[in-house]
Design a protein. Structure first.
Length: 256
């Protein structure tokens, strides 16, 4: 059937956040097995020491058993916190990719690209390459009030809990974060003989976010809070690349 709607091409060549969650789960399970085995051995030795009336070793092995149990619970708590954070991030990035697929098939979407240039390593959220340019989209799936300046080291997230209490949480300024990504990607492209402007933006995907970021230093990073604006930000530009140039850029970003 011809004449159908064409969507942007997605290149899933890098490890996604969900992949990282699965890997962390596997590592946690391995840690659990090792900790359980050590705790059981220590408990058995503790029991043997009590049986032989050797209370010094009983106390030693009791302490070791407790240490293994506490260590396991700390790892479990840290895993739950990190998984919660990663899940929110994965949801936002998947939503961003879904929106970006609205672009036609002349555009290419590269999620979770890892870029290495000299001493810099960047883990980007989404890179878009198409006729109108190269774009790095930093995705944030935050709720609440987001405020600060583009020049600030940290922005502030203000949230309200179920009891009506407000609290603030600082987080690293994504404008600076995506600026670092641009530096790294620019280096990668230059090393492959490609010199081009790289456009950057921060996309807040959560509809419960109220964003007030003041551009106080002339930053060219766009702050975007809805997908219509994101699509127009990418699409409504002059054509700067042909198909061969687009392929060259993609091949520079994605490892063979």
């Amino acid at each position: 059937m011809s004449g159908g709607i064409t969507m942007a091409v997605v290149h899933n060549k890098f490890e996604s956040i969900n992949d990282k969650i699965d890997n962390n789960k596997q590592q946690l399970f391995k840690t659990y097995i090792i900790s359980l085995a050590c705790a059981l051995v220590s408990f058995a030795l503790m029991y043997l020491s009590a049986y032989l009336n050797n209370y010094f070793f009983f106390i030693v092995f009791l302490a070791i058993t407790i240490m293994f149990v506490v260590s396991w619970y700390k790892k479990l708590a840290a895993y739950r916190v990190q998984t919660s954070i990663n899940s929110v991030g994965a949801e936002g990035e998947e939503l961003a990719v879904t929106y970006l697929k609205i672009l036609d098939n002349n555009y290419h979407i590269i999620p979770n690209a890892i870029l290495n240039y000299v001493e810099k390593r960047s883990e980007t959220d989404v890179i878009v390459v198409g006729p109108t340019g190269v774009f790095i989209v930093e995705v944030k799936n935050y709720k609440g009030f987001i405020q600060g300046n583009t020049s600030d080291h940290n922005l502030v997230q203000i949230k309200t809990d179920n009891y009506g209490n407000s609290f603030e949480k600082p987080f690293y300024n994504p404008v600076k974060q995506v600026g670092t990504h641009r530096y790294t990607l620019n280096g990668v492209l230059n090393s492959n003989g490609i010199n081009t402007n790289i456009n950057i933006c921060v996309f807040f995907t959560n509809k419960e976010a109220c964003v007030n970021i003041v551009n106080d230093n002339g930053s060219d990073c766009a702050i975007i809070t809805d997908y219509h604006t994101l699509i127009e930000y990418i699409r409504n530009r002059n054509v700067v690349f042909n198909a061969d140039e687009i392929d060259s850029i993609i091949n520079s970003i994605i490892p063979n």
